[in-house]
Design a binder for this molecule. Sequence first.
Ligand SMILES: Nc1ncnc2c1ncn2[C@@H]1O[C@H](COP(=O)(O)OP(=O)(O)OP(=O)(O)O)[C@@H](O)[C@H]1O
Ligand SMILES: [Mg+2]
Length: 150
Amino acid sequence: MKIKVISESAKETQKIASFFMQIVLMRYNPKRKGLVISLEGPLGGGKTEFFKGIARFLKIKEKVFSPTFLIMKSFPCKTRFFKTLWYLDCYRIEKPKEIKELDFSGIIKNPQNLIFIEWGNKIKKILPKSHLKIKFKITGEHTRILEFYL
Ligand SMILES: Nc1ncnc2c1ncn2[C@@H]1O[C@H](COP(=O)(O)OP(=O)(O)OP(=O)(O)O)[C@@H](O)[C@H]1O
Ligand SMILES: [Mg+2]
């Protein structure tokens, strides 16, 4: 299923993220592994803005910065199913192996992990089949289309 949502500002993208997260938490059937969500689309598409909205909704106090020089970061979170929110940025990744070396398989195996991956398309080969995908498209200075593949 694909759902298209139009965002008319960065703030709106954050609101869409928190709405998305509410639905995920409401409808999620706990599995025996973590939940992986791949954020895909061009530079400036709004992937990090979206993640900021997720972090805000989950009441993460730490500042979520654009992780240009960072590959992976984790934040404790208190939801019914997920205890750790993970944020990976694969922009600088050349081979999925670089991510694998960071115990990626251990992270996605743990059902208490909620994992967002910017530029997840770069490590498509090692993403679990069950992952969700959100594609960001730039349609104007302040407008984006978010396509949710659920
Ligand atoms: N509707 C919108 N949704 C999200 N961001 C928007 C929107 N309109 C304008 N922007 C601006 O676009 C930029 C999006 O930046 P962001 O860091 O979220 O992109 P990104 O997809 O993470 O890019 P990168 O691949 O470089 O990390 C921000 O400067 C934000 O203010
Ligand atoms: Mg980003």
